[in-house]
Each structure stands twice: as C-alpha cells, then as structure tokens.
Design a binder for this molecule. Structure first.
Ligand code: FMN
Length: 148
C-alpha cells in the first residue's frame, strides 16, 4: 500500500482523483458530511462560499480518523471561495497528520487558490501541494499524481 487518500467531493472531481489514486495503489476514504449544498448555482455558491470563508467544520458521517497504518497521507479538497471546502476543515481537525508525509490534492475550476495554499503552508509547512483544474473534464491532468 503506497498510502492513504482521504477526500471530500461534492460534484465528482474528487471521485475522479480517487479512482486514479486507487490505481496508483493508495487506499481511499471518502469523507461524507451531513452538510449539503443545493444543486442550484447561486444558493450553492452562497452557502458553500460562506461556510469556507468562516472556516466552518461541519460534522462528518462515520469518519475513520485512524491513519496509523500509513506513512503517506494525501488529503483531497475542492476549492470553495478560494479556500478548502469546509468538510475538509473537519477532516483536518479530526486527523493527526504529525509525522506523516502529507500531500494536499486540490481541485478547482481555476487551478488557483491562494488562501487555501497559504493555510496549508501555515499548518503543514512540509506538505506537498498538487492543484488540478477540473480533473473530471481534463483527465490528462491526473498524470501529475504519478509524481507523489
Ligand atoms: C461553493 C463553491 C465554491 C467554489 N469556489 C471556487 C473558487 O473560489 N475557485 C475555483 O477555482 N473554483 C471554485 N469552485 C469550483 C470547484 O472548486 C471545482 O468545481 C472542484 O473541482 C469541485 O470538486 P468536486 O467536484 O470534487 O466537488 C467552487 C465550487 C463550489 C461548489
């Protein structure tokens, strides 16, 4: 086993990343949250964007935080309002990443997320950050994951 990939996905980009990570030999865990976004664009942006802005930590459902079997832990997050998706804040609160090789895999519309990257660098200075723009529509970008 190469490591563990823990991720959240609202609209499937994270699931495409997870499929590739599985192919690369990682164990995969999807974080599920009772925090739900509307399928309608505007309410979705307002709720998700605000939640990310204030750093909310919505509850996770049946989250397994035991990472003791893994040396490498990859965390996958969509970008909401330039920041980590709020369920990923809860993942980070519940998971002790100290002593692990940590890789963040971010997926977003633009491929940029200054605020998210600043937060990651502050909390996990040694973490590697891989940022993919819409991997669901651009599967060739998944090749970057082979560098982990
Ligand atoms: C609430 C919300 C806010 C978003 N904010 C941004 C943003 O600030 N920058 C960006 O590039 N993409 C933004 N996006 C697009 C997502 O980051 C992008 O579609 C990502 O691949 C979604 O991952 P998922 O399909 O696994 O949920 C936002 C999407 C949502 C739902």
């Amino acid at each position: 086993m190469r490591g563990l990939f823990i991720y959240y996905s609202f609209s499937g980009n994270g699931d495409v990343v997870a499929k590739k990570m599985k192919e690369l030999g990682f164990e995969v865990r999807k974080a599920e949250s009772s925090f739900k976004l509307s399928r309608k664009f505007l309410p979705q942006m307002l709720k998700g964007g605000f939640s990310a802005l204030i750093g909310q930590k919505p509850p996770l459902e049946n989250y397994n935080s035991d990472i003791s079997n893994f040396d490498t832990v990859c965390i996958g997050s969509p970008i909401w309002n330039g920041r980590l998706a709020s369920p990923v804040n809860t993942v980070l609160e519940k998971t002790d990443l100290s002593g692990k090789k940590v890789v963040f895999i971010l997926y977003s519309g633009s491929g940029f997320a200054k605020k998210a990257e600043e937060k990651i660098k502050k909390l996990y200075p040694d973490a590697v950050i891989i940022h993919l723009a819409q991997p669901k529509d651009n599967p060739d970008r998944l090749l970057k994951l082979e560098e982990i």
